[in-house]
Design a protein around this ligand. Sequence first.
Ligand SMILES: [Zn+2]
Length: 303
Amino acid sequence: MRFALILSVCLEKRLLMHHYIRLLACAAGVWLAGMGGVRAQDALPAPMQPDMPMDNVERFDFFVYNLDGPLPLTENPANELYRGVWNQGATFSYNIPLPDSLTIDLRGYCMPTPSARINDVFGFRPRRRRVHYGLDIKVELGDTIRAAFDGKVRTRTFNRRGYGNYVIIRHENGLETLYGHLSAALVRENQLVHAGDPIGLGGSTGRSTGTHLHFETRLLGTALNPALMFDFPNGRSTGDKYDFSRKVATKAVQSSAAYVKVRQGDTLSAIAKRSGSSVKNICKLNKITQRTIIRPGQTLRVR
Ligand SMILES: [Zn+2]
């Protein structure tokens, strides 16, 4: 690949400030992808050999960007923060309290998609009465999806009613990133990945309308707004670090509305107890009184 040669020659000048180089490699990858040169669907041999391992479909030789070899990847990223929990099956069921504050290192970030168009933002969706825990970035079917940071693949699974094909990667900076609605995942669980490595192909699997990447950033299971850390239109992080504050994050969660479905035999006080709300508050939010009859299947706002 000609671009690979050019990049290799450049790198022989030994620009070994690794973050700079990584950024360069990442940008080159995204740029090439943007040119359509290395879209995975184009790179697939035709006809595709059935027993060809998916994770070998697309290995970019121009990612050989550091002549001393890439930085070693951490076998147990953010292990201390996660108290050794490597919870592969469940999605984000950590029972670990958030730290009061945490400096999240954002250096080495790579834009996960060739496109920077945001289709939907983080936050509460009044129409669907639920919180959207990530950002939707427009992608075309088969677009290469890349790891946002160095890390280790915690989960690669499928959920028909939710994220579809999705991958969760844990990073040394404490974040876990989720990539949803993929048409295919290109990584295995426990695989170590570098920022910018192809991890999947864009798609519309699961509960999705139109091809897009659903991208989440979570800290110990709590969804943080990716837009606080990443400047998507410009394809970079908002800075070298993000100062996480539990107070600010908790406030953001508390201020977002929450809804529950009434179960058989439910009472307002049972719902209030279950949801951490109060009967008075539920009545006010739903414009009902304590005497209003509630029915199973009915949706009530509790926050
Ligand atoms: Zn989404």
